[in-house]
Design a binder for this molecule. Structure first.
Ligand code: KIV
Ligand code: ZN
Length: 553
């Protein structure tokens, strides 16, 4: 049971004492350096870690997407990772512009094993970490601050020695003060400064200082303050690539990473779709696409997001959530009527090569390789806009507004009855049944179809599109005997295939107006069919009313 007063159990995370913070007034102007840790941090969090084949498939996909830094494993901790790294190197599978990264703890035998794994690679980032936060010093390692710092410095010294012995590789050194986000800032700086002092980076040969929110413990603004504080106070800053490594325990890793970039981070480590320990590492897809929608080239290519997603799902054996930003199955789909209406209008009015401005769609699905097919889906929550969009796509024409309204009642009935989605095909089939089948005598088994015998016609010739149509209407209506048909509305449009679609609204006597619709390559034929459709629908509706009155009586 939850405690009645959480303040008895939890303490608010302390604010950072930072005067004149700069990050709130900045904007992001370029993409950070990306580092994918899918094959290391992400892999360590999987129920079934990847085998070598899966790692290779994932690695090759990361390269295609455009990652230039990829943490490929923890070779001193896993034989699979060791063998995978060897395979990449021996089989020459690392492109010249890609640098692999390997993680290691501060112990000589582990560092030596790591150097064995990466032997022969042209460029390598060796990544050392040790936990430095108070709870780790006290609870996990029973170490003093001095011992904690000494461990980091000693690891750095050994790595420097191993690197110097292998001059054929371009070595880049990365240090992570693990649990940075929960550590006293002055101590984080003290450790990072001591490590840098041992490595001696230069502006031409920088080292990476990576600040992990190993467990996300505070609001993103607090993390941004911590990063800005380090940015301002660390020594060797011009010789350091400042990196961040957010996790998502509070669900705000993306925001934390974005504010951290404002605060001075040059580089971001994370995983695709937010895989990683517990709630995951920061999601690099969302981060990259967030930049893209602000007009900034992320330098990562997600134009085949479904292809990327398939590889990730296969290798991680974890599905991507249907609501995942940018990549989920449902994220470009509107079911609600008002949303559909706005999207339909936005897409219809959109001019090619102009700034994207479609209501409810923050990004053009086509930029992620998605079609517009799923943009609008119809269920009982939908309105006429949704059905119309699907009709436009399926039948190649846009019915006039009043036909849309009339047809939406038929769709609503089907959606309410099934309680489920009504597919685009089903909507087109329903439209054909409602309007096209009503054109001929066989249209409704229970309806005596119109025989054209009438004479008394009230035809608003002014609404008839052209002379040919007027003649067709007159010819059809003139052949109807004993029925007074009022053609109350008449519209035509060209279909995508170049045929004529005709929409005719007819009244007979006191009965409510009904629309008839027909499509034909011959316009006159279409007019005739549409009138038959309308008249049959009026009479059929009249019958239904009489039948229901009889039942009620
Ligand atoms: O989350 C973390 O602190 C890590 C480090 C090894 C960088 O994954
Ligand atoms: Zn991590």
């Amino acid at each position: 049971m939850m405690m009645r007063n959480p303040s008895e159990k939890y303490r608010p995370f302390p604010q950072v004492n930072l005067n004149g913070r700069r990050w709130p007034t900045r904007t992001i102007e370029r993409a950070p350096i990306w580092m994918s840790t899918d094959l290391r941090d992400g892999n360590q969090a999987l129920i079934d870690p990847m085998n070598i084949e899966a790692k290779l498939e994932f690695f090759e996909m990361l390269v295609r997407v455009g990652f230039k830094e990829i943490e490929v494993g923890f070779p001193s901790a896993s034989q699979t990772d060791f063998d995978f790294v060897r395979k990449l190197i021996v089989e020459n599978r690392i492109p010249a512009d890609v640098t692999i990264e390997v993680l290691v703890q501060s112990r000589r035998e582990l560092i030596e094993r790591t150097f064995e794994a990466v032997e022969g690679a042209p460029r390598v980032i060796v990544h050392l970490y040790n936990a430095i936060a108070p709870s780790f010093r006290k609870i996990v390692f029973a170490q003093s601050k001095e011992e904690t710092k000494a461990l980091a410095v000693e690891g750095t010294r050994i790595i420097k020695e191993c690197a110097a012995a292998r001059p054929n590789t371009h070595w880049i050194y990365q240090y992570s003060p693990e649990t940075f986000s929960m550590t006293e800032l002055s101590f984080s700086r003290e450790v990072c400064d001591a490590v840098a002092q041992m490595w001696r980076p230069t502006p031409d040969h920088k080292m990476i200082v990576n600040l992990p929110a190993t467990v996300e413990a505070a609001m993103p603004n607090v993390f941004a303050d911590q990063v800005e504080w380090m940015d301002r106070n660390m020594s060797y800053r011009d010789s350091i690539v400042l990196s961040v490594h957010p996790h998502n325990d509070r669900g705000t890793a993306v925001a934390a990473a974005e504010l951290a970039i404002l605060a001075g981070a040059d580089r971001v480590e994370g995983c695709l779709f937010g895989n990683g320990e517990r709630t995951g590492n920061v999601d690099l897809v969302t981060l990259a696409m967030n930049l893209y929608t602000q007009g900034i080239d992320p330098g990562l290519d997600f134009s085949d997001i479904d292809g990327v997603r398939r590889v990730v799902e296969r290798c991680n054996q974890i599905p991507v959530h249907p609501r995942h930003p940018y990549a989920g199955d449902l994220v470009f789909t509107a079911f609600s009527g008002s949303h559909q209406d706005a999207i339909r209008k936005g897409l219809a009015q959109r001019e090619a090569d102009t700034v994207w401005d479609v209501p409810y769609l923050p990004i053009d699905p086509a930029d992620l390789g998605r079609s517009y097919d799923a943009v609008i889906r119809v269920n009982s929550q939908s309105g006429k806009g949704g059905a119309t969009f699907l009709l436009e796509r399926g039948l190649g024409f846009t019915p006039p507004r009043r036909v849309q309204i009339e047809f939406s009642h038929a769709v609503q009935k089907v959606a309410d009855a099934s309680g489920a989605e009504v597919s685009g095909e089903a909507i087109c089939a329903l439209f054909k049944r409602e309007y096209f089948d009503a054109q001929g005598p066989a249209s409704r088994a229970d309806v005596s179809t119109l025989h054209f015998e009438g004479r008394h016609v009230n035809l608003p010739v002014s609404t008839v599109a052209d002379e040919a149509h007027a003649q067709a209407v007159a010819a059809v209506v003139a052949s109807v005997a004993g029925v007074v048909i009022e053609v109350a509305s008449f519209e035509t449009t060209a279909t995508a295939k170049g045929e004529t679609a005709v929409f005719v609204g007819c009244r007979i006597g006191e009965q409510a107006m009904r629309f008839g619709v027909a499509v034909h390559a011959n316009a006159a034929h279409a007019v005739a069919d549409a009138i038959v459709s309308a008249v049959n629908r009026v009479r059929w509706a009249g019958r239904k009313e009489v039948e229901s009155e009889a039942v009620a009586a």
